[in-house]
Design a protein around this ligand. Structure first.
Ligand SMILES: [Mn+2]
Length: 334
């Protein structure tokens, strides 16, 4: 039931009830046949890449499926429906039978997305901890990628944290961990840091040189403090100049948002305010028309969410924005 134009009145009524029916992302058909799929919605229920938190991030995809059933279907600002514009399916979750072995899980994730890349199906995913981005992007960007045509991708990386550790070998045993992906994807040739921006970085850190690994790699780091200083419009200009014309992958750690609106995340930074939803949405929407190839929303912690599931709901709407950018790109930039 994906086309609002052809629904019966009865279908329209029950569809607006989030608890009605079998939960898939945005009520998209759950398919395993990829033959006509253009955009894949994928759950990556993975937690063992982030050793410092309770490991409940694997519950993220299920939580977003639950609430996304009543999420909006049209993009009012773009004046279109991504769900009626592209063939968008919920492909289910990446199977991760060795769940507590991070390295094996990253290999499983990479294999799953390599299959999508070989068919040029653009993925929009929900984690899972942030290590999932490493598994995804190593398969869809860089010299062997069909989706980027062999090019490196540019990151628009929303986060309170840089995730560019390379001065320590592992993170509580996980090597390609939630703290390492931003580094090894650059070193392995999948991401061009000179065209990428990390936005919203903040927190009470342990050292004064906390941004150095990102700068050493070549990223532009637009901290939350700097964002506040230069303002939304200047930030959007800076991001768009940097990313213009690149194959763009959006990775969105929910902890970039203020804890008041996204309390159910794995690594809270409550000591200083995060981005507002409006500012995050405005930055995302500024990429309309750019070559957005996919994205992910990560670090949702449903067991720490409020009973009204506010963080899961915010996650669903961020996912909808990314899906809309990819759908717009597919239809208008051929
Ligand atoms: Mn983070």
């Amino acid at each position: 039931m994906s086309n609002v134009q052809t629904m019966t009145d009865e279908e329209r009524v029950v569809e607006a009830l989030y608890w009605w029916g079998i939960p898939t992302f945005f009520r998209c058909p759950n398919k395993t046949d990829l033959s006509d799929c253009e955009i894949a919605l994928v759950g990556v229920p993975h937690s063992s890449g982030n050793g410092t938190t309770e490991r409940d991030q694997h519950l993220g995809p299920r939580a977003v499926r639950d609430v996304s059933a009543y999420a909006r279907r049209v993009h009012n600002e773009f004046e279109f429906s991504p769900l009626d514009t592209c063939k968008i399916y919920d492909l289910g979750d990446v199977p991760l039978p060795e769940g507590m072995d991070n390295e094996k899980c990253i290999d499983r994730i990479a294999a799953f997305y390599k299959n999508l890349d070989s068919r040029k199906i653009n993925p929009v995913s929900v984690g899972g901890d942030h290590s999932v981005t490493g598994g995804i992007v190593q398969s869809i960007a860089g010299k062997d990628s069909k989706i980027t045509g062999g090019r490196k991708a540019a990151f628009l990386h929303f986060d309170a944290h840089t995730d560019t550790f390379h001065n320590i070998e592992h993170f509580m045993g996980a090597k390609r961990s939630s703290a390492h992906w931003g580094s090894y994807l650059v070193r392995d040739g999948h991401i061009d840091p000179e065209k990428s921006v990390q936005i919203g970085i903040r927190g009470h850190t342990r050292t004064l040189d906390w941004l150095k690994p990102s700068f050493d790699l070549g990223y532009d780091v637009l901290t939350k403090a700097e964002f506040d200083k230069i303002g939304l419009n200047n930030s959007i200009d800076r991001i768009n100049k940097r990313l213009d014309g690149q194959p763009i992958y959006i990775t969105f750690d929910l902890d970039v948002l203020d804890p008041a609106i996204a309390p159910g995340v794995s690594n809270l930074e409550p000591g200083c305010g995060g981005l507002s939803v409006d500012n995050a949405m405005a930055i995302l929407r500024s990429l309309k028309g750019q070559n957005v190839i996919g994205g992910d929303v990560v670090c949702l912690m449903p067991t720490k969410d409020y009973p009204n599931k506010i963080t899961a709901q915010v996650a669903a709407y961020i996912m909808f924005e990314i899906m809309s950018l990819v759908a717009w790109n597919k239809k208008n930039n051929k």
